[in-house]
Design a protein around this ligand. Structure first.
Ligand code: CDP
Length: 226
């Protein structure tokens, strides 16, 4: 098999990107980077530091100034990694409904995207990586060797997210999750900068009726064909 440097996995909310990417990265011995964490961390920072999320300039400045570290998990609570924002463990805080409701707006700002994309590209150019997000195959690493777009029906995706909240003991109504997800997907797909769409050379996998093992196997099959 030819050496593969970067695998880009894009797709809408809760389409299984991070679960699949983590498994594929482990099998290949590649770094795994979930870029959504960075946008979530900027959003959380705005909330915690009381920066108005509607104030684009202020949020852009904030994105330039905060430190976001992603480290191997230090706590055994189902986390995939530790997310450290300005020295504080915010691994679960970045998954809150408040962050979910504001992250798309924050991610649409040019200054935020510029700061985050530069950090992501830097990592992608220097490490074999499986990178996950909305614009990895289209903007961040358009030269990726394999591009995958994971999708699933919005109802199935909302149920998956519902189960995740349940497992953390945070009972959220399915209808609320579904509504926020639909709004976020719409906003992410129609924004001007780096909107969510499948790159023309991406392979689209509909995961609605597939297990995690089945999707992982399909991705590994695609990788082996390179
Ligand atoms: O885990 P989930 O699919 O719900 O979302 P995520 O991947 O953590 O991304 C959260 C939000 O960050 C998305 O709804 C996008 O607005 C934004 N995002 C982005 O704009 N570009 C990326 N490369 C990754 C995430």
């Amino acid at each position: 098999m030819q050496h593969i440097r970067a695998i880009a996995i894009d797709g809408p909310a809760a389409s299984g990107k991070s679960t699949i990417a983590k498994r594929v990265a482990k099998k290949l011995g590649y770094l795994y980077l979930d870029t959504g964490i960075m946008y979530r961390a900027v959003t959380l920072a705005a909330i915690v530091y009381a920066v108005n999320v509607d104030d684009e300039k202020a949020v852009n400045r904030l994105a330039e100034s905060i430190s976001i570290d992603i480290k191997p998990p230090s706590v055994d609570d189902n986390r995939q990694y530790d997310v450290i924002l300005d020295g504080k463990d915010v691994t679960w805080d970045i998954r809150s409904p408040d962050v979910n409701a504001n992250v798309s707006l924050v991610s649409s700002y040019a200054g935020v995207r510029k700061a985050m994309t530069a950090r992501q590209r830097e990592i992608g150019l220097h490490n074999p990586v499986v990178m996950v997000g909305r614009d990895i195959g289209t903007v961040v690493l358009p030269e990726a060797d394999v591009k995958i777009y994971l999708d699933a029906s919005v109802e199935e995706r909302a149920w998956r997210r519902h189960r995740e909240f349940d497992e953390r003991g945070e009972g959220l109504h399915y209808d609320r999750i579904l509504r926020t997800m639909q709004e976020r997907d719409h906003f992410d797909s129609t924004r001007e900068l780096a909107p969510l769409y499948a790159a023309p050379d991406a392979i689209i996998i509909d995961t609605t009726n597939l297990t995690i093992d089945e999707v992982t196997a399909q991705v590994m099959e695609l990788v082996s064909q390179i």
